[in-house]
Structures are given as structure tokens and as C-alpha cells.
Design a protein around this ligand. Structure first.
Ligand code: ATP
Ligand code: MG
Length: 336
């Protein structure tokens, strides 16, 4: 059975962007692939070294967020990155198979460094710049074939394949290249209309938001800035309210009708938003129910993590064995 690896940084609760970008595909792929989902706490440290408490606080949240959308713990292996030291060991080896300049050219890392200029005082830690190599090690820990992610992760997959190709060219065909699977919406815009819904931008609707929180966020949402009155013809394309209607409203007839009336100027923003509140709450209801179950049965979550982490370590050990044997550094100096 082919394998999937993906995961989230425990830097906050998961939101609708995570759902359309990656979680939705995880739910689908879990039926066809042996799926591994990690909580990337080591990676989160690279830009949260000064807020480590936040990482611990979000660890269980992120697992419960995954379970709440319908990921089945009987099918999926969940694990904590820092409890699989094999990934850290692997990272050190992988550093040799990608050039310094290539790592520096990763466009997502460059964007993130620009965004975090104040935090990094213009001089990011080496660990942050190198995190795509650590992510390649995550992918190779269970030797995954498929990685369901949002668009911002495309350069990370490319870096991983650079590393895999280099290893294979040096030591023989030992690892398969990996394929990213992007969501139908690879980058969901924020409630403020900015390019990406993101924990760090405060423009999110969380999977764990209450009905009231959803209402208040949607009613404040950015729409078509040129539309002053509800009788003005409005723009549907790129309008966050309609992007969300398309993504989360299962009543396609209603969405079609709202769009037609919006373009003609015969529907108010308030009506469009009120219907969106109802649609998102309907979408979130079964998610809320599963969340409530796991919150009541938190011991189950610990058991899922502990069994999954054990399995991930076994797989990580196997990857190291394969690589070390191929590199001829699998000497048993002290065993015979
Ligand atoms: P941060 O804001 O702290 O950078 P994040 O919101 O980007 O965090 P991650 O844990 O880095 O969250 O991302 C987890 C997964 O969700 C990745 O595959 C990422 O591509 C995807 N993702 C995150 N935000 C979005 C979004 N707005 N649209 C689509 N996919 C997203
Ligand atoms: Mg991110």
C-alpha cells in the first residue's frame, strides 16, 4: 500500500484554509493510502523559539482538529515529530544532498523571512532557513509517496525530490520521488480579503469556532469594496464571501441565485453574509460533534498518539537502515 505523509505545525488552531488546502484530501486519501500525519513541533520551534509554551498548548488541539474533520484513527498513524528522533538524525544526513544556494532560493521560505523581518531582526536562525530539509526528512521517515498540502508547500516538495534524486544518483535507486496533492483551493483567501487565510494574520475562521464566532467574523467580512449600496452591481470573482460560498455552501442553487442577484444589484451584502453564516455553520456542525466526542475522551487521543509515534519510530529506523546501508556506513563496530 502506498503511503501518505502530511502534517501541521502546532502554532495555533486549524482553520478553513487548512481544511480546503490539505485536510479535505487527507480524509479522502486515508481510504486508499497508509497515511501518516505528524504534529510538526520541531519545525514550529524554528520561528517560535521564544514562545515554546504555545507549541505545547496546541499539540492536542491540532490532533483533535484532524480527528474532528473525519480522519479515522484506525486508518491513520498520528505522531509527534520531536518524539521521533530518527527524523532529526535523518535531517543531518539529508543536508548533504541539497546545495546551500538551492536552500536559500526556496521562495516560500524567502516570503516567510520577509514576513517575519521584525521577529528575526533581518537575520533568521539557521534552523528556520533549513526547515525544508527537516521537512524532507519528515517525508522520508515513513518513505511516503504522496503529500497532500496547500500551494505554499510546493517548493518543499521540490526540495525533497532534489534530495531524493541526489541520493538515488549516488547510491542507487533507494527512495521513490514524492508527489504533492493540492486541494481544489490550494490557497484560501482570508476574511479580510488578503491572499492567504493564516493563523499569523488574524483573518481566520477556525474549525473550532462557535456559531456565534462564525456569525461575527462573517458579518465583518470584506466584500466588493466598490459596492456602496445593495442596488449597486457587485463583483463576484475574488470576492471572499463568494469564494467561501463556493467552498462551503452545499446548496449550489442558492449560491448561483445569490451570485446572479449580486451582479445585478438585487441582493444585499447582509443577505449574502447571513446565508454564508448558515452554510458554514452547517458545514461545521458534524465537525463540532466529533470534536466534542474527543474532548470528552481525551485518553483516546493520547493512546492514538502514543501508538502512532511508536510506529513512526520503527519506520524512521528502517529508513535510516536503508540509507546507511546504501552509504556503506552501516558498520556494526560494537556488536561482534
Ligand atoms: P502559519 O500561519 O503559522 O504559517 P499556517 O496557517 O500556514 O501557519 P501550517 O501548519 O504551516 O499552517 O500549514 C499546514 C497545511 O495547511 C499546509 O499544507 C499548508 O499549505 C496548508 N494551508 C495553510 N493555510 C492555508 C490556506 N489559507 N489555504 C490553503 N492551504 C493552507
Ligand atoms: Mg505555514
Amino acid at each position: 500500500m502506498k503511503r501518505v505523509l502530511t502534517g501541521d505545525r502546532p502554532t495555533g488552531k486549524l482553520h478553513l484554509g487548512h481544511f480546503v488546502g490539505s485536510l479535505k484530501n487527507r480524509v479522502k486519501l486515508q481510504n486508499e493510502y497508509d497515511t501518516f500525519i505528524l504534529v510538526a513541533d520541531v519545525q514550529a520551534l524554528t520561528d517560535n523559539f521564544d514562545q515554546t509554551g504555545k507549541i505545547k498548548d496546541n499539540l492536542l488541539n491540532v490532533i483533535i482538529d484532524n480527528l474532528s474533520v473525519g480522519i479515522d484513527p484506525k486508518k491513520v498513524t498520528f505522531y509527534v515529530q520531536s518524539l521521533v528522533p530518527e527524523t532529526a538524525e535523518l535531517t543531518i544526513y539529508l543536508m548533504n544532498f541539497i546545495s546551500f544556494n538551492k536552500v536559500l532560493r526556496n521562495p516560500t521560505v524567502k516570503d516567510e523571512i520577509a514576513q517575519k523581518r521584525d521577529k528575526f531582526k533581518g537575520n533568521p536562525p539557521f534552523g528556520f532557513v533549513a526547515y525544508p530539509i527537516n521537512q524532507a526528512a519528515d517525508i522520508l521517515t515513513p518513505r511516503a509517496d504522496i503529500v497532500p498540502v496547500g500551494f505554499d508547500q510546493a517548493p518543499m516538495i521540490e526540495n525533497t525530490n532534489t534530495i531524493i534524486k541526489k541520493i538515488n544518483s549516488l547510491y542507487g535507486q533507494i527512495f521513490n520521488e514524492v508527489t504533492p496533492v493540492f486541494g481544489d483551493i490550494g490557497r484560501l483567501i482570508g476574511t479580510d480579503g488578503s491572499a492567504k487565510m493564516s493563523k499569523s494574520l488574524g483573518n481566520t475562521i477556525y474549525l473550532s469556532d462557535t456559531e456565534e464566532e462564525v456569525r461575527s467574523k462573517v458579518m465583518k467580512m470584506y466584500t466588493d469594496p466598490n459596492r456602496v449600496k445593495s442596488t449597486d452591481p457587485g463583483r463576484v470573482e475574488g470576492n471572499p464571501v463568494f469564494v467561501y460560498h463556493d467552498a462551503f455552501n452545499s446548496d449550489t442553487e442558492e449560491v448561483k441565485d445569490l451570485k446572479e442577484r449580486y451582479v445585478k444589484g438585487t441582493v444585499s451584502d447582509v443577505e449574502v453574509k447571513t446565508k454564508l453564516v448558515a452554510a458554514i455553520n452547517k458545514f461545521l456542525d458534524p465537525i463540532r460533534e466529533r470534536r466534542a466526542y474527543y474532548e470528552r475522551n481525551i485518553d483516546e487521543v493520547y493512546d492514538i498518539l502514543s501508538a502512532g509515534t511508536k510506529r513512526a519510530r520503527e519506520e524512521g529506523k528502517k529508513t535510516l537502515e536503508i540509507l546507511k546501508e546504501a552509504m556503506k556506513i552501516n558498520y556494526n563496530l560494537f556488536t561482534n
